[in-house]
Design a protein. Structure first.
Length: 259
């Protein structure tokens, strides 16, 4: 009996023309049939936003040789929803998102369009992973991130993962000869300490630029931030169930009159 070819959905938040998505496509191309559905323009920081007030548009494009590709006018999450319902007609075997320009470790996972696209697929029971490279340069060399993405994707396709399995993978800026491998981590207790820089336009009206500094409050050596600072790619298993089970148990014991 012939082995059924794996179906892999590729998406991102930097837009369908970004170098990162091209690197990701080439990384997973040998693993099965690849279909790309990605935003027609950059959608960084969109989180899990969906489009509800305006119509969405899908256009097939011929920009990746031998690969079926569609650009969408909506958000990364819109892309995954439309891919499943209108293009694939069902669930792919794997969804990979990225490779993002810039970090999505620690608290950044909450805001990330890259990870929200992968999370949307996971919500539908599709094993998914988001990949991010700490390099922001548009002309970055994606050789190492592509190798990491290939290894993770291969392992995911070969494993019996539970429904909704979702991985947040970040890759450090490091020479390949100094790269120490992929480390399975937890999310660091780290956040942005933000400020808004107030300025005035030529008409004297106020406007604001978001600025800030990243602060890591976590001293553990099992976190994504630690791994990235020490030459590893970090892989954090992520879940979309936001229930705080420890606090739920405490409240059930202490607030019994609310039961």
């Amino acid at each position: 009996m012939a082995v059924k070819e794996k179906l892999i959905l590729v998406t991102n938040d930097d837009g369908i023309t970004s170098p990162g998505i091209r690197a990701l496509i080439e990384a997973v191309r040998p693993l099965g049939r690849v279909v790309v559905v990605a935003p027609d323009s950059p959608q960084s920081g969109m989180g899990h936003a969906i489009t509800i007030g305006v119509p969405l548009r899908l256009n097939q494009v011929d920009i990746f040789e031998g690969i079926e590709a569609w650009q969408c006018s909506g958000t990364p999450v819109d892309c995954v929803k439309l891919a499943r319902d209108k293009i694939l007609g069902g669930k792919p075997d794997l969804c990979v998102s990225g490779i993002n320009h810039g970090a999505n470790h620690s608290i950044n996972v909450i805001y990330s369009g890259t990870m929200s696209a992968a999370m949307e697929a996971a919500i539908e029971g599709i094993p998914s992973a988001g990949f991010s490279y700490l390099e922001y340069d548009y002309a970055a060399d994606f050789s190492l991130p592509a190798k990491v993405a290939r290894e993770v994707a291969e392992r995911m396709l070969a494993s019996e993962l539970p429904g909704g399995a979702l991985f947040n993978v970040n890759i450090p800026i490091v020479e390949e000869k100094k790269f120490r491998g992929i480390k399975i981590c937890r999310q660091a207790d780290a956040k942005w300490v933000e400020e808004f820089d107030e300025r005035r336009d030529p008409h004297g009206k106020k406007y604001y630029w978001l600025t800030g500094e990243f602060k890591n409050r976590d001293t553990g050596d099992d976190t994504d931030v630690w791994a990235l600072e020490n030459g590893y790619a970090s892989l954090v298993p992520v879940q979309f169930d936001l229930t705080n089970y420890q606090l739920k148990k405490k409240l059930a014991e202490e607030w019994k009159d609310m039961q």
